[in-house]
Design a protein around this ligand. Structure first.
Ligand code: BGC
Length: 758
């Protein structure tokens, strides 16, 4: 195998060297030639097989559990790859593997693909590495995306992508089903924590940064430490009317384009190689059957070149669940003709059989099959899988290194968002006597939640003991003798609330760690956004004891805490901060880190008042007034920041002319701190009622006490444009307001490119 690699390196158009590794980057023309040549040799069966993806479960003898090791079934593996020609395998069954075992699995699979098949086409293995290589036991884990969004730090986001790519590829896997570019527009949705929050611009910037990290600055996924990224779940997933996962969404075309499409558009511009389809339906149309979304918008408008993979079982569900196709075979025809290139079937070979029959009967033209297979092979060639389908054992050394863990810790610190700090109650002095209580205080799993070692992330025994819980981190910081611990309640039931109250009476402060137990996807559906009663009771009982209460919220979505917010001295939002979250929380509580995170979603005050920050003029005044507990963008610091000299040039511009914005921010506090400077734009009047404001730019400024910095932003046409009454993309003349910090200023668009449709 080494010999093959060496020869192919010499034969390639451009050579790159990474420490100890040589790889070649083929030109696009060469790849296109390779794809065509290979396609011309393939039988129909081989082509349809390439479009088939099965789960590892389908080729396994034994599932992995916390107690038992997983094992592949060589006979099933051969059946899948040799008989059915499958092109792709995914997932774990059911527990993350140690790195060495991943090497065995991938090697076994690629041996069959490259040595036992006629054409030797390697398998593309795909995995959900959602917050780091979370299905590799030794890997570095990061805060979940919702927390990364609070940190608002594209460089850190990119770095987490680079580390994730390194560790996924080090496991022998070249394809990551991430980022999730859906938006957190309904707080009930259990997948909110996988997103970058409710705002399209924020998700666009962080998504693109992460993709650059995974795929490389120039989308050079052929590099041995890069993987193909997969933007998902295209398009309009995450806005189910009921708030429950995989339930109907109703999204008009204008909203789809103004709100949900931009992060995907940016990802395509960033060069992303693959996309996964929305598992639900929009406006009555299952996304997997939607030609408009999958072909007209994705291919013709966005110019996406890569491969479209279905989500789990979702082609079949057009028939079995959605009742849009009367047979399984018809569902396959509809999905493939709508634009799905690969089916995550995932348990059997039904897709293969149905598509083969459809192609033989001429119901799916061969040209469409060649197109889909061409895209799949394009990704495989881009990944250099033909030259090197096997894991690189040398990469093992850096997996889970301290260098990588430090990045995760920094991310957790930057994510933490101080929502309330009455009379500067925090930070706490390290000589205080502290009660730590609440169900999130002494568990590692809840800091990470879903997609950690298992799908649901709730297997506490799998979590490495060297990572600290919140309780352990506080004990380590101020000395165990100063810390009392009483759980108080589970996530849903009261335990020893009376005992917690007694312990609070003997403490100077109670740190109440509440929130959500680990969950993932549909099992995380809830019927009520309120924090469960047992936890509210615990917090209220402690507050009544008179001991000052600090809430630490460990949760993947904003559960309603209103009944206990007023009587808390301070509230720290931790989101799902990852394995270093305990340390980061202790750092912030005791003043070793100055918090600077900003909410990436609106924190609702009431369970039925769920409006995003870019609400409409109709919601400005009583009785409809938008009144959340905390707005998107809210987040306090132990320092204070003052804004001055907001300048806009020009004040009157033509459509398309860039607008320059400058502002000076000063740290007027006594500690160094990071202020995330955010620019919000309001179109004052337009033919479709405007959002009250929209985030258009942000930039982090790290400032010493007394230090100032001037931040500059440029607004472009896309920042001002929207889809008008006829769904055309327009900028309408008129006044715009720019707001940064507590300052605002106006500019005017005096002439537009096209006539507006007021
Ligand atoms: C999820 C996807 C995921 C896939 C493969 C599905 O249930 O919706 O996000 O990539 O499973 O694990």
């Amino acid at each position: 195998m080494k010999k093959v690699l060496f020869i192919s390196c010499l034969g390639m158009a451009a050579l790159f060297m990474l420490p100890g590794i040589c790889y070649g980057q083929k030109s696009e023309q060469e790849i296109d030639r390779n794809v065509k040549e290979l396609l011309s040799k393939m039988t129909l069966e081989e082509k349809v097989g390439q479009m088939t993806q099965v789960t590892i479960q389908a080729v396994s003898a034994v599932r992995g559990t916390a107690e038992q090791a997983h094992r592949l079934d060589p006979a099933k593996l051969e059946e899948a790859i040799v008989k059915y020609h499958v092109g792709s395998i995914l997932n774990v069954y059911d527990v993350a593997h140690p790195l060495d075992y991943w090497h065995e699995v991938i090697t076994q699979i690629q041996d069959v693909a490259t040595q036992k098949t006629r054409l030797g086409i390697p398998i593309i293995y795909g995995i959900d590495a959602i917050h780091g290589a979370n299905y590799t036991r030794e890997a570095t884990l990061f805060p979940q995306s919702i927390a990364m969004a609070a940190a608002r730090n594209p460089d850190l986001m990119k770095r987490s992508g680079e580390i994730t790519a390194y560790e996924v590829r080090a496991s022998g896997i070249p394809w990551n089903f991430n980022p999730v570019l859906d938006l957190a527009r309904t707080p009930l949705w259990p997948r909110l924590f996988e997103t970058f929050g409710e705002d399209p611009y924020l998700a666009s910037v962080l998504g693109a940064a992460y993709i650059k990290g995974l795929e490389g600055e120039n989308s050079d996924v052929g590099a041995p430490d890069k993987v193909a990224a997969c933007m998902k779940h295209y398009l309009g997933y995450g806005f189910p009317m009921s708030g429950k996962d995989r339930t109907p969404a109703w999204i008009p075309e204008r909203m789809l384009r103004d709100i949900f499409l931009p992060p995907f558009k940016k990802a395509v511009e960033a060069g992303i190689h693959t996309v996964m389809v929305n598992s639900g339906e929009i406006n009555g149309i299952p996304a997997h059957s939607d030609y408009h979304i999958l072909t007209e918008i994705l291919r013709r408008e966005l110019g996406f070149k890569g491969l479209v993979v279905s989500d789990w079982e979702d082609i079949n569900r057009i028939y079995s669940r959605d009742k849009v196709a009367p047979t399984r075979k018809e569902a396959v025809r509809i999905a493939v003709m709508a634009g799905v290139d690969m089916s995550m079937v995932p348990y059997d070979f039904s897709f293969y059989e149905d598509l083969l029959a459809l192609a033989k009967a001429g119901e799916v033209p061969l040209s469409r099959i060649d197109e889909a297979v061409g895209r799949i092979l394009w990704v495989k060639f881009r990944l250099n899988l033909f030259e090197n389908p096997y894991p690189d054992k040398k990469m093992k050394e850096k997996v889970g290194s301290e260098e990588f863990a430090a990045v995760s810790l920094q991310a957790a610190r930057e994510a933490l968002t101080l929502l309330k700090n009455e009379g500067n109650y925090l930070p706490l002095a390290k000589n205080k006597k502290v009660l730590v209580t609440g169900p999130a205080a002494n568990l590692r799993s809840v800091l990470n939640s879903g997609w950690t070692y298992t799908w649901q992330g709730n297997e506490e025994s799998l979590y490495p003991k060297n990572k600290k819980t919140i309780l352990e981190a506080i004990q380590a910081k101020i000395g165990a003798e100063r810390v009392a611990y009483v759980p108080g309640s589970t996530f849903d039931e009261a335990l020893d609330i009376a005992q917690a109250v007694e312990a609070a009476k003997n403490a100077d402060v109670a740190i109440i760690c509440i929130g959500e137990n680990a969950y993932c996807e549909t099992p995380g559906n809830i019927h009520d956004l309120s924090l469960p009663k047992a936890q509210l009771d615990l917090a209220a009982a402690i507050q009544q004891s008179g001991t000052p209460a600090v809430l630490v919220l460990v949760e993947g979505r904003p559960r309603i805490i209103t009944p206990v917010a007023d009587d808390s001295k301070a509230i720290l939002m931790a989101y799902l901060p990852g394995p270093e979250g305990g340390l980061a929380i202790a750092d912030v509580l005791f003043g070793d880190y100055n918090p600077g995170g900003k909410l990436p979603f609106t924190y609702p005050r009431h369970p039925n008042d769920l409006v995003c920050y870019d609400y409409k003029p109709l919601e400005t005044d009583d009785p409809n007034k938008m009144n959340p507990l905390y707005f998107f963008g809210h987040g306090l610091s132990y320092s204070a920041f003052e804004y001055r000299n907001l300048e806009i040039t020009p004040r009157a511009a033509k459509d398309g002319e860039p607008i320059q914005v400058k502002v000076t921010v000063k740290n007027t506090g006594e500690r160094a701190g990071k202020e995330i400077v955010e620019l919000y734009l309001s179109d004052l009047y337009r033919s479709v009622s405007p959002p009250v404001r929209q985030l258009k730019r942000f930039s982090g400024a790290l400032l010493q006490p007394g230090e100032s910095k001037t931040v500059e932003f440029t607004l472009n046409r896309d920042d001002l444009a929207f889809h008008g009454r006829d769904d055309k993309y327009v900028v309408e003349p008129g006044e715009f307001k720019v707001a940064v910090g507590n300052l605002s200023a106006m500019f005017e668009i005096v002439e537009t490119a096209g006539k507006a449709s007021r």
